[in-house]
Ligand binder design. Structure first.
Ligand SMILES: [Zn+2]
Length: 133
């Protein structure tokens, strides 16, 4: 049976491109006869497909990547990414997100990875803070 170690990665296409880096996309890694194989799985979390009954491991390149996974995302991490105290209310979160985003987008070389962490943190908190009341 195949058992992959999954990883979410951002990809640079190498062309002069405004959307770079693309993704994140899922890739799987495994070793076979001493060689490391890499497989592209696309945008959707491949671990939810029922055929993979093996225990799969997630490797995080950056601790902030945990915000992309249902199992590992936490409120504290989301606040950390947004650089806010842990009890900030929703209107303040929204305001901070908009400011941070504007700030990031104002640079000529936009850090798209930072933008993705930011918006993932924002959407996570939106779910948590606006549905509990
Ligand atoms: Zn590109």
């Amino acid at each position: 049976m195949e058992s992959w170690t999954y990883r979410l990665e951002h990809v640079r296409c190498g062309k002069p491109c405004k959307a770079c880096p693309h993704g994140p996309y899922w890739y799987g890694y495994r070793k076979e006869r001493g060689k490391t194989l890499k497989k592209y799985f696309g945008k959707e979390d491949p671990r939810h497909k029922e055929s993979s009954k093996e225990i799969d491991k997630i490797v995080l390149e950056d601790p902030r990547e945990a915000i992309f996974y249902e199992e590992t995302a936490t409120k504290d991490l989301a606040y950390e990414i947004l650089e806010l105290p842990f009890n900030t209310t929703w209107p303040e979160v929204k305001e901070k997100y908009q400011k941070e985003r504007e700030y990031l987008m104002a640079y000529p070389a936009i850090d798209w990875v930072a933008v993705e962490y930011l918006s993932a943190a924002y959407h996570y908190l939106k779910n948590v803070l606006t549905t509990s009341s």
